[in-house]
Design a protein around this ligand. Structure first.
Ligand SMILES: NC(=O)c1ccc[n+]([C@@H]2O[C@H](COP(=O)([O-])OP(=O)(O)OC[C@H]3O[C@@H](n4cnc5c(N)ncnc54)[C@H](O)[C@@H]3O)[C@@H](O)[C@H]2O)c1
Ligand SMILES: *[C@@H]1O[C@H](CO)[C@@H](O)[C@H](O)[C@H]1NC(C)=O
Length: 432
């Protein structure tokens, strides 16, 4: 473009002979007029192409993420039935990530005590979606409906709030996993940042506004070395993009609490495990590999120190989630303004007894009755932290949170589920 312009408008008019100045001047004008027209056309075409492309990519992203078909009378009826409260002073909860590990357990626990539950999940393929579908079937067998859709779909969210005046949102949908952020950083921004904002916008606009309880993570403690990790410790040194998006979530939810009066409770989960768990987590993939006779990779920290995690059993986490929902105060806003300050809380939900990874493997070997092929390697700097250990005194005091399952007991239940689910027993069915 630049070159074309320079050729057409030589910047050295002094070279033009005087006697031909008139003719050239006229030509020059014609030339200028046609060039500027051409220029405008070119600009127009570029703008057109650009807007077409961005529209295309919008259609692409929306069809990729927001493709789920929803709506219609039957669909609305399923939602209403699922959201029905069947006890005095019960609550109605929108559970995002309901086809996920924690979400499915929380949904069933709420439903069992008579609360209304509607699930929302996009069934993405970060890990085997058939496990998510199986959890959905399990929920359906309890009478819980899971909407297939993305938390980035603002229209879907406002429709859900139109159909049901949810009292609470249990927000568990997220891109989880620490190492996967190196492969697919955009998925973390999509679900943990953009999706969170879309969800909070819907909550802000809802009338009445729900109270929001959501999952942050112990990973926000990042490179901290002081143990146990307490809520008041610094959280400004994340070691992974996952951790950074969870930390951002704590700040984004604070903003919505401050401006719009949304009641917010953030829960920092510490390595949750148990039946129907996540295949990308170590205890799960170790089990799979040990049973298949494949080697397992065990990371070791600096100076040959074993990694340790404050493994927390799913039933304990569920109790912490329910305790949070039950103690959450109402949101205080409407019409984009708050009437008075709303509750903002953050709690650790851990087990307070870290166990090293080699010990975890030994327990698994015992229950699986198979010796593991251990491949011990130095931990690469890909987002893992050497240890986690929760101080849970705040959750204990304010939520009545009291974990009761140690790793031995919890893994026994996990292994039992795993063998059953994956058909390691003769005539084992795929449902528990
Ligand atoms: N399991 C743990 O050890 C642990 C630890 C700390 C924090 N957390 C957090 O707890 C929450 C639940 O974790 P989990 O272990 O059950 O993980 P999970 O992956 O099993 O569940 C998350 C669910 O959310 C869904 N989802 C993801 N992005 C979505 C989107 N944009 N729209 C709709 N649905 C979407 C997924 O399909 C999945 O079913 C997550 O926020 C996670 O970051 C978990
Ligand atoms: C645990 O957290 C509480 C605050 O919730 C704090 O008072 C206490 O000192 C912490 N305990 C330890 C051992 O850090």
């Amino acid at each position: 473009m630049r070159m074309l312009e320079d050729e057409l408008f030589p910047s050295t008019p002094g070279k033009v002979k005087i006697e031909r100045a008139h003719a050239i001047n006229r030509q020059f004008h014609r030339c200028f007029a046609s060039t500027s027209t051409m220029f405008l056309w070119a600009l127009f075409l570029i703008a057109l192409t650009a807007s077409y492309l961005s529209f295309q990519s919008f259609v692409d992203t929306s069809s990729k993420y927001l493709s789920a078909s929803w709506g219609g009378l039957h669909w609305e009826k399923q939602i209403r039935v699922s959201a029905e409260v069947r006890r005095a002073h019960g609550i109605s909860v929108l559970v995002t990530g309901a086809a996920g590990f924690v979400g499915s357990h929380v949904s069933i626990a709420l439903h069992k005590r008579g609360d209304g539950v509607v699930g929302l999940d996009n069934f993405n393929s970060y890990y085997d979606p058939s496990l998510k579908k199986a959890r959905k079937s399990l929920l359906a067998s309890h009478g819980i409906f899971v909407v297939e859709g993305d938390i980035n779909d603002g229209r879907l969210l406002s429709k859900l709030f139109d159909v049901v005046p949810f009292t609470h949102v249990m927000h568990l949908a997220a891109q989880a996993g620490v190492r996967y952020a190196i492969e697919n950083p955009a998925s973390y921004v999509h679900s943990n940042i953009a999706g969170l904002v879309t969800l909070l916008e819907a909550c802000k606009a809802a009338d009445p506004q729900p109270a929001v309880v959501w999952a942050s993570s112990s990973s926000v403690y990042g490179l901290n070395e002081k143990v146990p990790f307490s809520e008041s410790d610094r959280t400004d040194r994340p070691a992974s993009l996952y951790a950074a998006t969870k930390k951002s979530g704590e700040e984004i939810t604070h903003t919505y609490n401050h401006i719009y009066g949304l009641s917010i409770t953030g829960l920092r989960f510490f390595t949750v495990y148990g039946p129907w768990g996540r295949p990308d987590m170590a205890y799960f993939s170790f089990t799979r590999n040990i049973l298949q006779g494949k080697p397992i990779t065990i990371y070791r920290g600096k100076d040959r120190v074993d990694l340790a995690r404050d493994f927390t059993y799913i039933d304990d986490i569920v109790k912490g989630c329910l305790g949070s929902l039950d103690t959450a105060e109402k949101s205080t806003g409407s019409g984009g303004k708050k009437r008075r300050p709303a509750q903002y809380r953050i709690y650790n939900l851990g087990n307070t007894s870290p166990v090293t990874v080699p010990t975890l493997v030994s327990i698994l070997e015992r229950y699986l009755k198979v010796k593991a092929k251990r491949n011990v390697v130095e931990m690469p700097g890909n987002g893992d932290v050497p240890f986690t250990h929760a101080n849970i005194s705040l959750a204990r005091a304010e939520l009545g949170y009291k974990p009761t399952t140690n790793l031995e007991t919890g893994l026994k239940k996990f292994v039992k589920w795993y063998l059953h689910y994956y058909g390691y027993r003769p005539r084992g069915s795929k449902n528990l």
